[in-house]
Ligand binder design. Structure first.
Ligand code: ADE
Ligand code: ZN
Length: 327
């Protein structure tokens, strides 16, 4: 059954969206042309046909290649604005948007160029779409902690333009504790803290994200259900899990949506919410994720729908007064 119109239109927060993962093939081609770059794909369709992933790494390789067309401030603005318009159409009234500065600074794009382009789109969304949008700077975990520390320092002239830090990219072999010092530094700076954990990695990575990095949310976290003591802790602390169902299917974390553990996460009392992760690559934005979950998982009912939306606001970093109005 189609997602009820009420749920489609309902106000919601999106807290796990990589802005580089919102770059649609059409925009990749348009930016490549504008910047005089040639792509190793003959057409938009040929590029989209390459979006067949077997795991996280096979996706990341093509995701970083796609992001390589971003050079000018306007490119970052155009990418973020396209996402924000689509999000607003899905009822998103608040978005906490990840960006990966190292993907761009490694190609010689100045930190200010990318942050200012993203910032301009966020400000325009507030003014024209009634959507509050804030930025979370993510460190690439396949790179060293020293590189993460240097990235944080390089971003400090724009400290007012991001509300927190996150940790993404290749999870296996790069446990959270590798980034203990840079997260401690971010914490001292008053930044919010989140990390991807328990997507492909084991429950131990969720434990160390909590205990070593002291994160306030876990991104994905779906493998937490393998560890009953961890589930009890996550429930007791109302630690949010920003779950991304279509992402999990495309990256083969679950075989099919019908086998996704979203109903079990909610029934365990966890503060889980639904997000799109990399919507241009995984076949859908936020309402597509919700709609396909409710179609594929008969265990999900109206109470779960309400819980997911309520959790999205509870888990957000907006001021408590504003949270109460939405919940
Ligand atoms: N970067 C973009 N999407 C990601 C994901 N799902 N996991 C880890 N890193 C990412
Ligand atoms: Zn992610």
């Amino acid at each position: 059954s189609a997602l009820p119109a009420l749920l489609r239109a309902a106000p919601k927060a999106e807290l796990h969206i990589h802005i580089e993962g919102s770059l649609e093939p059409e925009l990749i081609f348009r930016l490549a042309q504008r910047n005089g770059l040639s792509l190793p794909y003959a057409s938009v369709d040929a590029l989209r046909a390459a979006y067949a992933f077997s795991d996280l790494q096979s996706f990341l390789d093509i995701y970083y290649a796609g992001a390589s067309v971003l050079l000018q401030e306007q490119d970052f603005f155009d990418m973020a604005w396209a996402y924000l318009e689509r999000a607003a159409a899905d009822g998103v009234v608040h978005a906490e948007i990840f960006f990966d500065p190292q993907t761009h600074t490694a190609r010689g794009v100045p930190m200010g160029t990318l942050i200012q382009g993203l910032r301009r789109a966020c400000r325009r969304a507030e003014a024209e779409l009634g959507l509050s949008a804030v930025l979370i700077l993510c460190f690439l975990r396949h790179l060293s902690e020293d590189e993460a520390l240097a990235t944080l320092e390089a971003a400090l002239p724009w400290r007012a333009d991001f509300i927190g830090v996150g940790l993404d990219s290749s999870e296996l072999g790069h446990p959270p504790e590798k980034f203990a010092r840079v997260f401690a530094r971010a914490r001292a700076l008053g930044l919010h803290l989140v990390a991807h954990a328990g997507e492909e990695g084991p429950p131990a990575y969720v434990w160390s994200a909590l205990d070593v990095l002291k994160v306030q949310r876990i991104d994905h976290g779906v493998r937490s259900l393998e560890d009953a003591a961890l589930v009890a802790r996550l429930a007791a602390e109302r630690m949010p899990l920003t779950v991304c169902p279509l992402s999990n299917i495309k990256l083969c974390v679950f075989k099919s949506l019908a086998e996704h553990n979203l109903p079990a996460l909610l029934d365990a009392g966890l503060c889980a919410l639904v997000n799109s992760d990399d919507p241009a690559y995984f076949g859908g934005y936020l309402n597509d994720n919700l709609e396909q979950c409710f179609e594929a998982l008969p265990a999900l009912h109206g109470g779960h729908a309400w819980q997911l939306l309520s959790n999205s606001f509870e888990a957000s970093f907006v001021a408590p007064e504003r949270k109460r109005r939405w919940q």
